[in-house]
Structure formats: structure tokens, C-alpha cells
Design a protein around this ligand. Sequence first.
Ligand code: F6R
Length: 242
Amino acid sequence: MKLIKAATPAEAGKLAADIFEEIIRKNPACVLGLATGSTPLPLYRELIEREKAGKINFAQVRSANLDEYKGLSGDHPQSYRYFMQENLFNHISIDPANTIVPDGLAEDAEAMCADYEKKIADMGGVDIQLLGIGHDGHIGFNEPCDHFPAVTHEVELEEITREANKRFFASLDEVPTAAYTMGVGTVMAARKVLLIATGKDKAEIVKKSFFGPVKPEVPASILQFHPDVTVIVDEAAASLLD
Ligand code: F6R
């Protein structure tokens, strides 16, 4: 594991963008595994700027997102598809047809999840998987449980996660109770993993995940076993590390 300390979330975004830039330059048709939430925003802003400045080009890049709320359509303002359009895809040259996000409105959840895995495999797998981390150690929507889920699947959301995400909705009642997420196995199959953690509220889970025992009760801890994982933390998130 490579641990990189940044002074601020903005610097963490720049350092993450350096890693993305290198991968896109090496392989202009690479497959990016993308995340939503507050953490990747500085990175996405930086990537938009770098394409505008002619440093990178997304025309051939493909992407697969980690997760989506069950029951929300792609044009619902709180859906993760909408988030990606607003915060990245609408501002870069990526072909929308080359971006996949689990279908929140799928009638047959199991078939959609199996198909999502197949689509990732058909793309040739993920070159770099971007992750944030939940306060309970979740990655994607893989919540603490008694095993590491292997593939894309439906999950019931923990109250702590619904509470954390309610800031984007009018009330807690509107936060969906279920979601679709890549499995921990899907994440571990990415050739490279880049996790960003920023803010003091992430300090404890960063310590537990990367310097504690590997166990499914702390889903992110499995990343200790990934052969190519980079963790970028800002000063606040690193504050409990020695
Ligand atoms: C988002 C995702 C989640 C978030 C995590 C942290 O696609 O999969 O695991 O990365 O909940 O969220 P933020 O970045 O908002 O603190």
C-alpha cells in the first residue's frame, strides 16, 4: 500500500488527478472505475480543468461507476448517474455511451447486476478504481457484514449511511433504503485502486481500515491485500496515524 499525505482536500484532488492523468495518457481508452460523494469533487474539478488545458483527453475513455440508489432514475437529481453527469461527464469529452452506472430502475435486479459485471468484463476490466470511504468503512455501498460480497449486488443501506447521505435529500424519509453496488470482489479485481479520504471525521476509519485487522466488519480493510493500492489522505484524515 502506498500512503500519500496531502495538506488539503484540494491538494489531494491534484495528486489523484496526477495518477489519473498518467493512466489516461498511457492508455487513452482506459477504463475508469468512478465514485460519487463529496470526496472525489476536487479530483473531478481538476480533471475538467486538465482536459480544458489540453493535458488529457477523455474522448476514448470508458467508465464504470461503483453504485446507484435503487428506485432512482438517472435523471433524478439525487441519483448517482445525475451526479456524474453534473460533476464530470457533462464537462469532458467522454462519450456518454461509454459510461456505465448500475440501473436504479431495473425490473430484474439480479439480471441487471449480472449484466453489470459482464459489461465490466467486456470492457476488459477496470484500470483504476477510485474510492471514497464511509464512516463505517464501507466502499461503494458494501456495508460492514460477516463476509466480503464478491460481485455487483443489491444492498440494504445502514442507518448510519442513510443519515450521512440525507444532506442531499429533503429529509431522511426520502433517502432510498436500498442500492446497487459493485462487490468488494469487483473492486479488488481492478488493476489499480485509489482511495481518497479527507476530513477529520474520516481519521478513525482510515486508521482502522489500513492499520487494523482485515475483516468484513471493516470492508475497506480488504484493500490491504490489493497488490496496487494508493491511499491519499489530507492532514485531517491522517491525524490519527503515527
Ligand atoms: C460513492 C460511494 C461511497 C462514498 C462514501 C464516502 O459512490 O461509493 O462509498 O465513497 O460514502 O462518501 P463521501 O465522499 O461523501 O464522504
